[in-house]
Design a binder for this molecule. Structure first.
Ligand code: 13P
Ligand code: 13P
Ligand code: MG
Ligand code: MG
Length: 369
């Protein structure tokens, strides 16, 4: 059986009219670059956007973290940035935080989700892309899809699925090297929940089947402010999920997105909003949001991709989107107040810190009691 690597590398390198969507020319530049320069290196590719983020999906035989694959995508983003600058796009090169490529785009700004798979006779998988949010946005949908029979009927109906899954969770506040913990579902689901509730700090990096040991999920974990030391844009994440057979069914993976949980990343990366499931190549609008997530389904054979199936392009999700819009309105009614805006710990990379510093000087200790 062939070993194939699926790689998603994603970056925001510029957008029309603010943080809305990339230009057609920008998308074409990145796409053409990958097609031309990737010849002989990659097997197949798909390039798309969600909001202002461009994701490059490639299939190849080089394994994860391969310098040639990473350089190909990095250079495609550099070529795109040139075009973004020439068109006067907003935030040209926004996510390319480091000037010299050093073998791997991890820690340089782009989001990365990769896995090497022992190809099954049929290989269905999902490509998730989100905008105006952060990697922790996938925490709840992954927790529910892999531990809860209310969403994953396979936990009752399929003996292999019932054997459970191993979660690898990263502490993204630790920036020197990767700091991870492995926890087993179902035995340790309360421990998993205790970590995953803290979306800004603990992020699901990968999930493995306990029946076969195979990898099912690879999710991106980059937090830009940890690299840049200031707010430069949100860490809009990407994720790969394999489905069916010994893994959850595609519909089980999608099921939790019906909840539209509140996530961080709305307007200036500083507000909460429901996570709205959207169709492919959706742009951004109201209050620079709300947070959106798209999901494209593919099958592949020896690295050759089918066309994508747009999983959230269905009447059911129109209803969910309407609900998410209503929830968004509810939250926006309270503007900057309380849970609508992120806590100061998350805002400490923004300009509000200067205001607080100035105000601190004007605070007085009252004399007497
Ligand atoms: P089919 O019978 O259409 O293959 O579907 C099986 C299944 O598991 C759907 O969740
Ligand atoms: P992005 O992170 O998607 O670029 O959005 C940044 C922003 O500040 C939107 O208000
Ligand atoms: Mg942007
Ligand atoms: Mg974005």
């Amino acid at each position: 059986m062939a070993k194939i690597t699926l790689s998603i590398i994603k970056a925001d390198i510029g957008s029309i009219g603010g943080h809305i969507k990339p230009s057609q020319k920008l998308l074409e530049t990145v796409s053409n670059y990958i097609k031309e320069k990737g010849r002989g290196l990659i097997i197949d590719s798909y390039i798309g956007h969600t909001g202002d983020d461009i994701a490059i999906l490639t299939t190849h035989k080089k394994g994860p973290s391969n310098p040639k694959i990473h350089k190909l995508c990095w250079d495609a983003f550099l070529a795109g940035t040139k075009i973004a600058k020439s068109q006067g796009l907003y935030g040209a090169g926004q996510d390319l935080l480091v000037s010299a490529f050093s073998g791997n785009v991890k820690g340089m700004g782009p989001q990365v989700a990769e896995m090497e798979i022992e190809e099954r006779p049929a290989e269905p998988f999902l490509m998730f892309m989100a905008d105006k949010t952060e990697p922790g946005a996938f925490n709840l949908p992954l927790y529910l899809a892999f531990t809860d029979p209310m969403h994953n009927a396979g936990l009752i109906l399929s003996p292999k699925v019932k054997e459970g899954f191993k979660f690898v969770i990263m502490d993204v506040s630790y920036t020197k090297v990767d700091k991870i913990i492995e926890l087993k579902a179902p035995e340790e689901i309360y421990d998993i929940a205790a970590l995953l509730r803290d979306t800004g700090r603990f992020v699901v990096e990968s999930i493995f089947s306990r029946a076969s040991g195979e990898q099912v999920v690879s999710a991106s974990t980059t937090r830009l402010h940890n690299i840049a030391g200031k707010y430069v844009g949100k860490d809009d994440p990407v994720m790969l999920v394999r489905t069916q057979k010994d893994f959850p069914a595609t519909g089980e993976i999608l099921s939790p997105y019906t909840i539209t949980p509140l996530v961080a990343g709305f307007m200036r990366g500083s507000h909460n909003s429901p996570l709205m499931p959207v169709k492919k190549n959706t742009s951004i609008s109201f209050f620079d949001g709300p947070a959106i997530v798209s999901c494209l389904a593919f099958c592949e054979k020896e690295g050759k991709l089918t066309e994508s199936a747009d999983t959230f392009d269905h009447p059911y999700w129109d209803y969910v989107r309407e609900q998410a819009a209503q929830e968004t309105q509810e939250l926006r009614r309270q503007g900057f107040f309380g849970a609508a805006m992120l806590p100061m710990s998350e805002l400490e990379y923004t300009g509000v810190m200067e205001t607080l510093k100035e105000l601190e000087k004007r605070f007085k200790i009252r004399k007497g009691r």
